[in-house]
Design a protein around this ligand. Structure first.
Ligand SMILES: [Zn+2]
Length: 635
């Protein structure tokens, strides 16, 4: 069933008897997109003004799920106001995001503004001749005092656009592209995509799901993609045991950047037209789908108390983004494995990468998880060249801590309990209006584990210590690969000379070789090389763009080289002693002679990917056996 028909039915069944239709809207918006080619939309907002002297309109400075002040009002152009008879009304700009309109003799204020949108990001608006992607917080001016809504939204599409998709509630009048948001959160939490759309529909437990493509999907097999998305939905519904929505939209915009943002009944995702046929990238996209969809429970409904209702005018603070984003990042790929969309090897590679990324970030020893969450506004969303040394992402460390917490609970309870159960119990207790405090989530975990985990959380979340993976890996029959052991192509290169290591990254920029990263605790850091230094020469020989990788390998460990750099225009020579690259391996492998118990635990943990790996191993063993038995006869 097409979404339009479904929501027409829903609006008749559900919306009419409720609030909608009976209450006068706090604002009625008309969005016109006929100037989309110039990246602009024209918006008219009609606000009732009977008996009041002025109306103040304001615009959000951020949008939930992305913890950065984005100053959406900077995109507002040419704001004017008039009364219902067309007479101009005076507008006074009060602050960066508030406008006051005097209207002592009017029963209605009509505000007209133009909004510019040309940022291809899921937290902004992007408007062009092919289509539009609109975010509520970056689109609507709200009448102060009218936040409880409802809000009437009508969208007029250019003639050559075929459709518009959003999970905004349809207006009871049933007209296409006419919606009625219940309140401000509802208005802001339902992004809109419009243009020439393609919609794939599937049902899980009789609930409709729509996979919407906007942009050039000619290289995508859309029905096959919808089938994979359906498998993700089924796996996650199995995980949580409950479907908390009446319909869900995956809004997939084919563009030139990436990313996703979670919403109550939809997600907005950006991907590339090249990401389907490149299978590694496609698996990455499936991971994005899995991540955003997991948020349907973890954060959109089960949330830290601070995350809702939102203050859209300033930052909100929580210590628990490691639960919101980290645990979601732990489960996104794990649930792909359980659904059979990643095999065991592919999943273990993803887990290895997460651990490697954490271990290669010196900032992990400075910044505890709980404060990285609080600092999201100034650190994670405002990264600079020093971020790697001063902080750690709550996505990365949160996912790794999620892995350690899961295996810890499993091993404490002899495999009878898990983090899965903690999430379900927390959802049952705290989802909806209530929200949770950090301590409540932690005690739920202790309860499931059957042991007080306060010290465990203190160390893993509130302190910045080095993590220990040995117990977690051993429980599942896994280990880190020996870094000195070489395989395949690496083996053939054994007679190559050893290369020295500086511990910096450089890349070509504007015809120069420029240092882009210097990590604490490396020869480059200790010798005083800086980010943004242009490397002019090494040991007296000119270094040209494209030569960095080849030339840095020329010098063996123990050698001292002179690196000539240009820093703010001044030339200087810096001596640096190269060392052997620290060979720590974070690549996880299955222990070959793991016990039967370990093998079973790993298989159960990985679901379908685990079972398939076991079956493959058994098949291989059987083949080897047959080969052995048949070989004497062949001789
Ligand atoms: Zn997320």
């Amino acid at each position: 069933m097409r979404s339009d028909t479904f929501f027409l039915l829903l609006s008749i069944l559900i919306l009419v008897p409720g609030v909608a239709g009976s209450e006068e809207p706090a604002a009625r918006y008309l969005i016109e997109l006929d100037e989309a080619a110039s990246h602009r939309m024209h918006i008219e907002a009609r606000v009732p003004a009977e008996g009041i002297d002025s109306v103040t309109m304001w615009m959000a400075v951020w949008t939930p799920g992305s913890y950065k002040i984005r100053e959406y009002s900077k995109n507002i152009e040419a704001l004017t106001a008039r009364d219902s008879a067309g007479r101009a009304l005076p507008v006074e700009k009060l602050t960066k995001n508030r406008w006051r309109i005097s209207c002592p003799y009017s029963d209605e204020v009509v505000v007209q503004y133009q909004a510019y949108g040309r940022t291809q990001s899921v937290r902004n608006c992007f408007i062009d001749s092919d289509g539009a992607m609109l975010n509520g917080a970056a689109t609507f001016l709200i009448p102060e005092g009218g936040e409880e809504g409802p809000f009437d939204v009508r969208i007029v599409l250019p003639e050559d656009w075929t459709g518009c998709e959003t999970s905004l509630p349809r207006h009871p009048d049933g007209a296409s592209t006419h919606y009625l948001a219940t309140d401000i959160d509802n208005l802001f939490d339902n992004p809109i995509v419009a243009g020439n759309l393609l919609v794939e529909t599937f049902e899980v437990d009789e609930i409709p799901h729509w996979l919407v493509f906007q942009g050039d999907r000619s290289l995508w097999d859309c029905p096959k993609t919808a089938d994979d998305v359906r498998r993700i939905v089924e796996e996650q519904v199995r995980f949580w045991g409950v479907i908390p929505y009446r319909g869900y939209r995956f809004l997939n915009v084919i563009a030139e950047s990436g990313g996703g943002l979670e919403h109550l009944e939809s997600t907005l995702m950006l991907t590339s037209r090249w990401s389907y046929r490149d299978r590694k990238k496609y698996r990455g996209w499936l991971g994005l789908v899995s991540h955003e969809f997991f948020h349907t429970w973890n954060v959109k409904r089960l949330r830290p108390r601070a995350l809702g209702p939102f203050d859209y005018n300033r930052e909100v603070y929580t210590d628990d983004l490691w639960i919101v984003e980290g645990i979601t990042s732990f489960y996104d790929d794990l649930l792909l494995a359980r659904a059979g969309l990643l095999d065991r090897k592919q999943y273990l590679e993803k887990l290895s990468k997460q651990i490697e990324s954490l271990q290669e970030t010196p900032g992990r020893l400075l910044h505890p998880l709980s404060t990285t969450s609080r600092d999201a506004w100034i650190k994670h969303y405002l990264p600079d060249e020093n971020s790697v040394n001063s902080t750690i992402s709550y996505y990365t460390k949160g996912a790794v801590v999620g892995f350690l917490l899961d295996t810890h609970i499993r091993s404490l309870s002899g495999g009878t309990h898990s983090l899965d159960e903690v999430m379900r119990l927390a959802y049952h207790r705290y989802s909806g209006e209530r929200g949770y405090e950090s301590v409540e989530f932690r005690s739920t975990a202790s309860e499931v584990a059957g042991t007080d985990l306060s010290d465990w959380f203190q160390f893993h979340v509130d302190e910045a210590g080095e993590l220990d993976y040995s117990a977690a890996l051993a429980w599942l029959g896994l280990r880190f690969k020996d870094p000195t052991e070489k395989e395949g192509e690496e083996k053939e290169e054994e007679d190559e000379v050893q290369e020295g290591w500086m511990g910096l990254e450089a890349s070509d920029r504007g015809g120069r070789v420029v240092i882009t990263s210097v990590r604490v605790g490396t020869p480059a850091f200790d010798s005083g090389l800086n980010v943004d230094d242009e490397v002019v020469a090494i040991d007296g020989y000119r270094l040209l763009p494209g030569q960095w990788e080849a030339r840095r390998k020329q010098h063996p460990p123990g050698s001292v080289v002179n690196v000539m750099v240009s820093r703010r225009g001044g030339l200087r020579e810096i001596k640096i002693e190269l060392i052997v690259k620290p060979q720590e391996s974070w690549k996880i492998e299955v222990i070959e002679d793991a016990s039967e118990e370990q093998r079973m635990r790993l298989a159960a943990w990985l679901g379908r990917a685990g079972q398939e790996a076991l079956e493959e191993e058994a098949k291989k063993k059987a083949e080897e056996k047959t080969e052995k038995e048949s070989s004497p006869e062949e001789d």
